[in-house]
Design a protein around this ligand. Structure first.
Ligand SMILES: NC(=O)c1ccc[n+]([C@@H]2O[C@H](COP(=O)([O-])OP(=O)(O)OC[C@H]3O[C@@H](n4cnc5c(N)ncnc54)[C@H](O)[C@@H]3O)[C@@H](O)[C@H]2O)c1
Length: 373
């Protein structure tokens, strides 16, 4: 019999559901020594928690995350609550020696993220942060092509994460705008492209950024006549220098009309280039510099069983994996680490490094100068 891991999930919104789906299906996709059990779900009220627990298949529900963390039947604390709650919940779990799976951004600031890293390292437990887009088999291929030298010397990176869900001025003030949770668009979505840039090309050593708040007041949720000031960024543009020597740009905005998931990058090398878009994430476009320029052009590599772990989901190429499958891969990595395997790529330390870039960008913009990280 497989050893059970009893999951305590905090939050049952967009990500709570995705995590629950992932824990439910991971065992059907991957052969793992551990078996996740949906033990306890906490939300802001007992009613919300009970409704979600019934829908997702959790055994019990509770309206208090502290009780969830303390519950002896919870082995792993999984945090999908708003950003401002990540640090207190994770620190409480780590103080009890429990491993933590936490959504991004890890913390409001790099200083707080570092406290969490130190607590995790002191506790000696596995941590994982929800940079699920990095779990895409095509990202592994891109990194392999860069590292093997297939693209030659890397000369540049262009990255963007833009969406349009805050474009409407009437979109209400919610926890995503709460400065207690940290930055705005750069933390909410920009953290993904920063994490991707680091995954592909390594550390960013210096940056110069311009952050702006475009819509400076928003109506309160459920009280449209009451306006509240917006203190966080709507969009940020960065010039970055990687420690490996190449330079690039990173852009993020949640005001980008028409863009639903413009998480995209271009890696330009001496002997070729890679182009990726999350809206077509089962593809990687590759340009190889060849002597015969008359046949030159981008070609599209389509995800298939040759790109692990795609084959665990589907034996046939081109059928495509989906957004929720990326979470299944992330959860596979987490459970494998809990079973003694390698630590997940995006653990608390990696998320802290991403947070340093976010903090650096905001500092650069405030002080109108380059910042070394
Ligand atoms: N990795 C990704 O692709 C991705 C995508 C979206 C969101 N996120 C991250 O996931 C987290 C949640 O985002 P979301 O979109 O699911 O938000 P959401 O608003 O849909 O869900 C938040 C959940 O937390 C609950 N909650 C609020 N206060 C609580 C409290 N005090 N105790 C317990 N539960 C509480 C809410 O009731 C809700 O169920 C955020 O940190 C966000 O940045 C990650």
């Amino acid at each position: 019999m497989k050893q059970p891991v009893r999951i305590g999930l905090v939050g049952s919104g967009f990500m709570g559901r995705t995590h629950a789906l992932g824990f439910r299906s991971v065992g059907a996709v991957f052969d793992l020594p551990l078996e996740p059990r949906l033990e306890l779900l906490a939300d802001a009220t007992p009613e919300l928690a009970a409704a979600a627990a019934a829908r997702f298949g959790f055994s019990r529900a509770i309206g208090d995350w502290r009780a969830l963390v303390d519950d002896p039947a919870v082995d792993l604390v999984d945090i999908t609550a708003p950003n401002a709650l990540h640090a207190p919940i994770a620190l409480a779990a780590l103080a009890r020696g429990k491993p933590v799976y936490c959504e991004k951004p890890l913390a409001p600031t790099a200083a707080e993220a570092l406290t969490m890293v130190n607590a995790a390292e002191r506790a000696g437990v596995v941590t994982q942060v929800g940079f699920n887009y990095i779990c895409n088999p095509m990202l592994a291929l891109a990194r392999e092509m860069i590292e093997s030298g297939e693209l030659g010397q890397i000369w540049g990176f262009r990255g963007i994460h833009a969406e349009d869900f805050m474009t409407d001025r009437r979109s209400p003030w919610t926890w995503r705008l709460d400065p207690a949770g940290g930055a705005g668009a750069i933390a909410d979505i920009g953290s993904h492209i920063i994490g991707m840039a680091r995954f592909l090309l390594g550390p960013i050593e210096a940056l110069c950024a311009d952050a702006e708040t475009v819509i400076d007041r928003r109506p309160m949720l459920g009280k449209p006549e009451e306006m509240r000031a917006v203190e966080v960024d709507d969009q940020v543009r960065l010039l970055v220098r990687f420690a490996r020597g190449c330079r690039g740009t990173i852009e993020t905005s949640w005001l980008s009309a028409g863009r639903k998931m413009q998480l995209e990058f271009e890696v330009i090398g001496e002997r070729g280039a890679l182009v990726f878009s999350q809206e077509r994430f089962n593809e990687l476009r590759y340009y190889k510099v060849e002597a015969d320029r008359s046949r030159n052009g981008f070609r599209t590599i389509t995800a298939g069983p040759e790109h692990p772990p795609y084959g665990a989901f589907c034996i046939a190429g081109g059928h495509q994996i989906g957004f929720n499958d990326l979470k299944v891969i992330e959860i596979r990595n987490l459970l494998a680490a809990l079973a003694g395997g390698p630590r997940p790529y995006a653990d608390f330390r990696e998320a802290y490094e991403v947070q340093r870039v976010i903090d650096g960008a905001l500092q650069s913009s405030r002080e109108e100068r380059w910042v070394r990280l």
